[in-house]
Design a protein around this ligand. Structure first.
Ligand code: ADP
Length: 297
């Protein structure tokens, strides 16, 4: 099974003619509410592909929390690990201007209350998980506890997003550490240079077992170990409409295929197809494919 440990947010989206300045009010279009958050997105993406998936997360006892639980259930995610209460559901307040640029305020809410004790309370989920996938929209202490809770033989996939400095205890078990270009640059510090193959070596210096760098339309650079070659896994060519949530779809697909026992490069060849499918439709969770909707590899 796949266990996703992470965030769940309601994305509240309104279109504006221009962003308000200090003290100013502007009118926006009718509000649209989407389920989001990197943890919730990953769980939905994996389940839609057919993965047996559980989510460990925290939402508020409110309408947004119920929306998130419903979208997880509809995708087939096991939600007994979704804890309710303690703070309002995490919310992303998103304004989109006519050029398509976003301004986003995130209220982390219940995500910030997902605690190490919550991880310890989810022991059965960890026992069942061959792969655990985590991100950083929850407290770092909770991610550290996730590492400690891994069952013998199970594997951690970590996407350090939003990027933050990681304790060695966490990086040492990442298999893989998955980053996009922005997260790679953050972890490497500047000047990182412009050569992703050099970034792979720099990221291995942080101690992970394997490394994946996603490169948008170019696909992903994959290294199965510090002395293995970095292999470019090309993404299928598609017409991109909206790249929101592509990285989450990629990571979820990769984590699931690893849980089936595939090699990292093989799993990445599947994951680029899932990421590519996700950019051909609007939204994050709404854009995630079923297996019959994948482009050829
Ligand atoms: P993030 O969404 O985290 O920034 P990327 O942009 O690197 O991550 O995208 C993740 C994956 O989604 C890529 O490895 C690729 O497989 C797929 N993808 C993203 N953008 C495109 C695109 N324009 N065309 C085809 N595939 C894409």
């Amino acid at each position: 099974d796949l266990l996703v440990v992470g965030s769940a947010n309601a994305d509240l989206v309104t279109r504006v003619e221009r962003r308000p300045g200090a003290g100013e009010t502007v009118l926006g279009s009718d509000l649209v509410v989407h389920p989001g958050g990197k943890g919730a997105n990953q769980a939905v993406a994996a389940a839609r592909l057919g993965a047996r998936t559980a989510l460990l997360a925290r939402v508020g006892d409110d309408g947004h929390g119920r929306l998130l639980l419903e979208s997880q259930r509809a995708a087939g995610v096991a939600v007994d690990g979704v804890l309710v209460g303690g703070a309002p559901t995490g919310v992303a307040l998103i304004t989109v201007d006519p050029s398509g640029d976003n301004s986003i305020v995130v209220s982390t809410g219940a995500n910030a209350r997902l605690t190490p004790a919550d991880v310890r309370g989810a022991a059965p989920l960890f026992r069942a998980a061959r792969v655990v996938s985590a991100q950083l929209e929850i407290p770092l202490a909770t991610v550290v506890e996730t590492v400690r809770a891994l069952a013998p033989g199970s594997r951690l996939v970590l996407n350090p997003s939003p990027p933050a400095a990681l304790p060695a205890e966490v990086t040492a078990v990442c298999d893989p550490l998955i980053v996009n270009e922005h997260e790679a640059r953050f972890l490497l510090g500047d000047p990182a240079g412009d050569e992703p193959r050099a970034w792979v070596r720099g990221l291995f210096a942080l101690g992970p077992r394997s490394v994946v760098i996603t490169l948008g339309s170019a696909g992903a650079l994959v290294a199965e170990g510090p002395s293995a070659p970095a292999v470019l896994v090309e993404s299928p060519r598609v017409t991109a409409v909206d790249t929101t949530g592509a990285g989450d779809a990629f990571t979820a697909a990769l984590a699931w295929r690893l849980s089936l026992g595939e090699r990292l490069v093989t799993a990445a060849a599947y994951a680029v197809r899932v990421g590519a499918a996700a950019v051909t439709r609007r939204g994050a969770q709404d854009s995630y494919p079923t297996p019959d909707e994948l482009p050829a590899g």
